[in-house]
Design a protein around this ligand. Sequence first.
Ligand code: HXC
Ligand code: NAP
Length: 282
Amino acid sequence: MFRNDLLHKKRILITGGGTGLGKGMAQRFLKLGAEVYICGRREEVLKNTAAELSSATRGRIHAIPCDVRTLDAVEAMIDTIWKDGPLDVLVNNAAGNFIARTEELSPRAFESVIGIVLMGTLHATMACGRRWLKAGHRGTVLSISATYAPVGSAYVVPSAISKSAVEALTRSLAVEWGDRGIRLNAIAPGPIPTQGAFSRVLPRPELEKLALERNPLHRFGTVEELANLAAFLISDGSGYVNGEVIRMDGGEFLQGAGEFSNLGRALTEEDWASIKPRKRTS
Ligand code: HXC
Ligand code: NAP
């Protein structure tokens, strides 16, 4: 889909790059010529991913353990990376989430998810943004949001609060920093099977089935499709795309929004035939 050198010489940090979508993006970016840094809390997971991807792609990948909830840890990681030169791209992908009834959540449960998704994104974005602005270096931030960010969602409230704030941050800074060479965009994916997400938000087969049924394409997205869109958005070829949140969900969001969109499932062929106006005979 892309030239092999699309991301040649781009230096990219992917938070949460040791697993799932982050790992998939790392793989794709390496194949497109980028040098990739991945971070996460679990050192072993990061090391294994880095070893696997460097042998599969022969690209340069570095693993740095870091909890993005802690500002000092993020600053230390970014300092370490900057010693080898500035990053060109930050991908805010690290997240925490689980389904729960909101009235049963403890303060720590809220703090945990908001800490990863909102504060982690803020820490990393500010750490890179300040350095880019100071040096007059061009930079791109891509954040991974979720389709419920603009409307909210029951049962994932800490995540919904945080993702909507991440989208507000994206749109705000796209304007504030745009004329200084910094672009910010986001992707809002629908369900894409990863162990981390599905074990926490679709933990039973019947929930997966429901999610498949209500999607107009009747399938989940793939890591490759997400990585394709991400590669496009961080490449120079999309240089005029700024402050956008691109939904990538097979039309699932629109299916839920349209007043009559569920008629396809509710009405049979016979129903449609009986609803059709009959030709007048007189
Ligand atoms: C209620 C829960 C809970 C649950 C944890 N908690 N899981 N409360 N229901 N299922 C509470 C705990 O009891 C604790 O509160 C507090 O949250 C913190 O939990 P810890 O386990 O101590 O936190 P920590 O080890 O930091 O783990 C963070 C986490 C965990 C978010 C809870 O799930 C995690 O590490 N997630 C990372 C990966 C992830 O979530 N990936 C999915 C992203 S998918 P108390 O008060 O008891 O101490 C996504 C979009 C999906 O974001 C959209 C699909 C369409
Ligand atoms: P995942 O595999 O669980 O990825 C989450 C990653 O974040 C993990 O590698 C995790 O590693 C890291 N992480 C969590 N807390 C962290 C912290 N405090 N500091 C640093 N890293 C941390 O799930 P995924 O499905 O790939 O999700 C990736 C992104 O896509 C998330 O932003 C998610 O909200 C979004 N998304 C996913 C879907 C989907 O269906 N898969 C749909 C919509 C949006 P450690 O645990 O080692 O820290």
